[in-house]
Design a binder for this molecule. Structure first.
Ligand code: ZN
Length: 106
């Protein structure tokens, strides 16, 4: 596995980021994708679900075809990464609020 040759799907991510929901549960990430591009039948749910996980060596994997075929950093991984970053920021902001509140009580 040559990491430097990986394709990073920023374009696809930016195009589809509003159609994806990343959520963290039971130690791994699940990305729901609402893109209906390839689905012709309205009976079939256009929602697809992918699992993004990180192994103990730090390798991030996804269950989608793009990742399995091309070993790319797919849009799901990017969605998870952005969400994790966002959550971290939020946590930090909340912590800062608590510190400020604590200081204000002194
Ligand atoms: Zn993927």
């Amino acid at each position: 596995m040559v990491t430097t040759k990986r394709i990073v799907r920023w374009e696809t991510y930016n195009r589809d980021k509003n159609n994806m929901i990343a959520s963290h549960l039971n130690g791994y990430w699940t990305v729901l994708s609402f893109g209906a591009r390839k689905t012709r039948s309205k009976k079939n749910s256009p929602v697809r679900q992918y699992r993004v996980s990180k192994d103990e060596t730090g390798n991030v994997t996804c269950t989608c075809e793009d990742f399995l075929k091309n070993n790319s950093v797919c849009k799901h991984q990017l969605a998870v990464w952005m969400k994790a970053r966002q959550e971290k920021k939020q946590e930090e902001a909340e912590r800062e609020e608590r510190v400020k509140a604590a200081i204000a009580r002194w």
